[in-house]
Design a binder for this molecule. Structure first.
Ligand SMILES: Nc1ncnc2c1ncn2[C@@H]1O[C@H](COP(=O)(O)OP(=O)(O)OP(=O)(O)O)[C@@H](O)[C@H]1O
Ligand SMILES: [Mg+2]
Length: 647
C-alpha cells in the first residue's frame, strides 16, 4: 500500500510562497491502477516527483508498504519505476540497445541469455518487438513513450509512476497504453501503477481517479462515480467546472464528502479501515448509499463561484437532478462496464502467455555499470558521424597548424644555437645581429610550445563540455534507477582519457618529428601536454556536470579556453600585483612554463628568457599544479553527477 498523509510542498517565488501541493492525503492498495488527473499546472508532476523522492515535501509523510520513506530511506531503485513526462533515451541507439542497456545497468543477470530473455520479454510486453532495430531518433511520440515504459519495466518495479505516458497520442494508442498499464497493475499483485494524465478518456480502465486542482485533492474515487460527484454528464465537463470555484472550496467540499465515498467503495482513509482488495473495489456497487455530489455545495454557496463562461452556463443549466442523473449514469455505466469487462478478458487472453520477469533486487557492481556505460558511449560515438569528423579534423589539423609555423623556423634556430655555442667570442657587430636572432628564436620556440598547449586545451574543452550536460535527463533517470555516480564518472574518465592521450601525444610527437626536434626533454614535454589536456578535460567535465544545459556548459568552457592565451603570461606579462592570484588557475601557463624549463641546459632557455619576463616554473612543480587541476575538475564532476538536477 502507498499512503500519502497531509503532504504539502510550498515554493518561495518573488518573496511570496506558492503552494504546489496542499494537504494531499490519499492511499492506494497494491494491484491497483490510479489515474491522477487535473488541469495543466495543477501539480500532477510535482506530486509524482514527491512520491518518487525527487522533490522533498515540507510537511506530511509518505508510506510505502508501511515504511515511512522520509525516515526509513527511499524506495530501492529496483522497486521504483518512474517514467518522466518527456521520455528520453539516446537518439542514436536502437530500441533493443536501449532496453539491453537498462537491463545491464539496473539488474544483475546470471548470464547473457537471461539478460536477453528480459530484454525480449519487456519489448514484447510493451509492443516494441517489431521496432527493436529502429533508432530512437526516428520513433514516433507514442513509440518513445512505450520505450520509456519498457526501460522502467526491466526491474519489474512494484511502484510504477508514469507521467503523461498516454498524452498526445491518437485514441487507439492511448487506449492501448492505458490497457497496458491496467494489465501491468493486474499482473503483479504487489504492484501499484500510477498514471498522470490530462486526458479524461479511458478513465474506466483505472481502479480509482484522483483529481488534483491547484495542488489539492478534490476527488479520489472510482471513475464511475466521478461524473456524479462533479454533477456533470461527461468527464470532459469537469475541468470547466473546476475553474468555476476556488481550489480551497473544492478541497473543503471533498474533505466533507470523502469519507462517505471511501466507505461506499471500500476506499477507507489510510488510518481507518484497511483497504479492500482492488478487484473487489472494481466490481463493487456503492451499497445504495445516497452519495453526495459537490453540486450540493455549489448550490449552497453560489456567491463563491467565479462568473461562469457561457459554455459552462449551458452545461450547468443542463445538469440533471441528482437522483435522476445517478440512475441514468448507473444504467449507462453498467452497459459500458459489461463491454469493458469483455474486452479486458479478451486482452488478458492475449497476455496470459507472458512470462513474469523475476524482480532482481541487487544492482550490478560498479565496474559492470562502468563497462556498460563505456560500451554504450563508444557505440554512440561511432554512430555520430559529424562528431567523428570534427574530432578527426582537430586531431590531425591542429598539429599541422603548429608545424606550419615551426617547419622552417626550428631547424634554423637549431643552427643558430650550435653556432652560438661554438663561438663564445663574438665581435660586437655579430653580437647585435645575434641578439636579434636570439629574440626571434626565443619567440618562435615559446610560441610553438604555447600553440601546442592552447590547441590541446581547445580540443579538451570540446571533448568534455557537453559530455554530462548533453545527457543530463538520461543521467537523472538512470541515477534514480540505481546507476552509481562513481560508475558514471569512471566511464567518462575512460572514454575521455582516450581522447586526451591521442590528442596530446599526437600533437607532441607529430610536431617534434616534422620540426626536427623542438628543444627540451621530449618525455617531460609530452607528459606536460597530456596533463594540460587532462586537467582541462577534467575542469570542463566538472562544468558539464554542474550546468543544467549543454549550451551553458559549452559557453563557459569556451570562455575558459579563450582566457588561457592572454593570461598564460607567454604573450604579455601579467602585472606583478595580480600575477599570483591568476597564474595558479591557468592550465596553459603551467604546461607552457614547465615545458620551457626543460630547455634550461640549452641556449634556447636564454633565447626564451630574452622574450618573456614571466617566470618559468620547474617541470615537476608544473605537473603538481596540473594534477591539482585534474583532481579539482574530477571532484566537481562527481559532485555535479551526484547532485539531482531534475527540472
Ligand atoms: N521548480 C519549480 N520552480 C517554480 N515553479 C515550479 C517548479 N516546479 C513546478 N512549478 C510550478 O508548479 C506548478 C505545478 O507544476 P507541475 O509540473 O506539477 O504541473 P502539472 O500538473 O504536471 O502540469 P502539466 O499537466 O502541464 O504537466 C506549476 O505552476 C509550475 O509552474
Ligand atoms: Mg506535468
Amino acid at each position: 500500500m502507498l499512503e500519502l498523509r497531509n503532504i504539502s510542498l510550498t515554493l518561495e517565488r518573488d518573496g511570496e510562497s506558492q503552494a504546489l501541493l496542499d494537504d494531499v492525503t490519499f492511499s492506494v492498495p497494491t494491484g491497483h491502477l490510479l489515474a491522477i488527473v487535473g488541469p495543466s499546472g495543477c501539480g500532477k508532476t510535482t506530486l509524482l516527483k514527491t512520491i518518487a523522492g525527487l522533490k522533498e515535501e515540507d510537511n506530511g509523510e509518505i508510506r510505502w508498504q508501511g515504511r515511512n520513506l522520509a525516515e526509513d530511506g527511499d524506495l530501492h531503485p529496483s522497486e521504483l519505476g518512474y517514467v518522466p513526462q518527456f521520455s528520453i533515451a539516446h537518439d542514436l541507439l536502437t530500441v533493443e540497445e536501449c532496453v539491453a542497456s537498462a537491463v545491464a545497468l539496473r539488474t544483475r543477470q546470471a548470464d547473457h541469455e537471461s539478460a536477453w530473455a528480459v530484454v525480449e520479454q519487456v519489448m514484447k510486453q510493451t509492443g516494441l518487438t517489431n521496432l527493436s532495430d529502429r533508432q530512437v531518433k526516428v520513433l514516433s511520440g507514442g513509440q518513445k513513450r512505450r520505450l520509456g515504459l519498457a526501460l522502467e519495466l526491466v526491474t519489474n518495479p512494484n511502484l510504477l509512476l508514469c507521467d503523461e505516458v498516454t498524452s498526445g497520442l491518437d485514441p487507439k494508442s492511448e487506449r492501448e497504453i492505458t490497457q497496458l498499464l491496467h494489465d501491468l497493475a493486474r499482473q503483479n499483485d504487489k504492484r501499484i501503477v500510477i498514471n498522470v494524465t490530462h486526458s479524461l478518456t479511458n478513465l474506466s480502465l483505472f481502479d480509482t481517479v484522483l483529481v488534483l486542482h491547484e495542488g489539492r485533492v478534490v476527488y479520489h474515487g472510482p471513475p464511475r462515480a466521478l461524473n456524479h460527484y462533479f454533477s456533470v454528464e461527461q468527464a470532459e465537463d469537469i475541468y470547466p467546472k473546476l475553474a468555476r470555484r476556488s481550489a480551497e472550496r473544492w478541497g473543503d467540499s471533498w474533505a466533507r464528502h470523502r469519507d462517505s465515498y471511501y466507505k461506499a467503495y471500500k476506499l477507507a482513509p489510510a488510518e481507518e479501515v484497511p483497504f479492500a482488495d482492488a478487484k473487489i473495489v472494481e466490481n463493487r456497487e456503492p451499497d445504495r448509499i445516497k452519495l453526495p455530489s459537490a453540486k450540493a455545495l455549489t448550490d449552497e454557496d453560489e456567491s463563491d463561484l467565479k462568473q461562469p463562461k457561457d459554455s459552462d452556463k449551458d452545461s450547468a443549466s443542463k445538469e440533471p437532478e441528482e437522483e435522476d442523473s445517478w440512475a441514468k449514469h448507473k444504467k449507462n455505466r453498467d452497459k459500458k462496464k459489461a463491454a469493458e469487462e469483455e474486452e479486458h478478458k479478451k486482452h488478458h487472453k492475449r497476455h496470459e502467455h507472458d512470462v513474469e520477469v523475476d524482480a532482481p533486487h541487487r544492482l550490478p557492481g560498479v565496474f559492470a555499470q562502468t563497462r556498460e556505460l563505456l560500451r554504450r558511449r563508444w557505440t554512440i560515438f561511432r554512430r555520430d558521424r559529424s562528431q567523428m569528423w570534427l574530432h578527426a579534423a582537430m586531431l590531425f589539423g591542429f598539429p599541422l597548424l603548429v608545424v606550419i609555423f615551426g617547419f622552417e623556423g626550428v631547424p634554423q634556430v637549431r643552427q643558430m644555437s650550435i653556432r652560438q655555442d661554438a663561438n663564445v667570442l663574438l665581435d660586437i657587430k655579430e653580437q647585435i645581429a645575434h641578439t636579434g636572432s636570439l629574440q626571434r628564436a626565443g619567440g618562435l620556440v615559446s610560441g610553438l610550445v604555447l600553440m601546442q598547449v592552447v590547441l590541446v586545451t581547445l580540443m579538451a574543452s570540446n571533448n568534455a563540455a557537453r559530455e554530462i550536460a548533453g545527457e543530463r535527463d538520461i543521467l537523472e533517470r538512470e541515477r534514480l534507477g540505481g546507476l552509481r555516480a562513481i560508475s558514471y564518472l569512471l566511464s567518462k574518465i575512460l572514454f575521455l582519457g582516450t581522447f586526451v592521450l591521442a590528442q596530446a601525444l599526437w600533437m607532441g610527437l607529430f610536431v617534434e618529428m616534422l620540426c626536427n626536434g623542438i628543444p627540451g626533454d621530449l618525455v617531460v614535454k609530452l607528459v606536460l601536454l597530456v596533463m594540460a589536456s587532462g586537467s582541462m578535460t577534467a575542469v570542463c567535465l566538472g562544468i558539464s556536470g554542474l550546468m543544467r544545459s549543454p549550451e551553458k556548459a559549452t559557453i563557459l568552457s569556451i570562455y575558459l579556453v579563450g582566457f588561457q592565451l592572454p593570461l598564460s603570461g607567454a604573450v604579455l606579462t601579467l602585472p606583478k600585483a595580480i600575477e599570483p592570484f591568476i597564474q595558479p588557475f591557468i592550465v596553459a601557463y603551467w604546461s607552457w612554463s614547465g615545458s620551457l624549463s626543460t630547455m634550461k641546459s640549452t641556449s634556447f632557455y636564454d633565447a626564451v628568457k630574452a622574450v618573456t619576463n614571466t617566470s618559468l616554473e620547474p617541470a615537476n612543480l608544473a605537473m603538481f599544479v596540473l594534477s591539482i587541476h585534474l583532481v579539482v575538475g574530477l571532484t566537481l564532476a562527481y559532485a555535479g553527477i551526484k547532485k539531482s538536477q531534475w527540472d
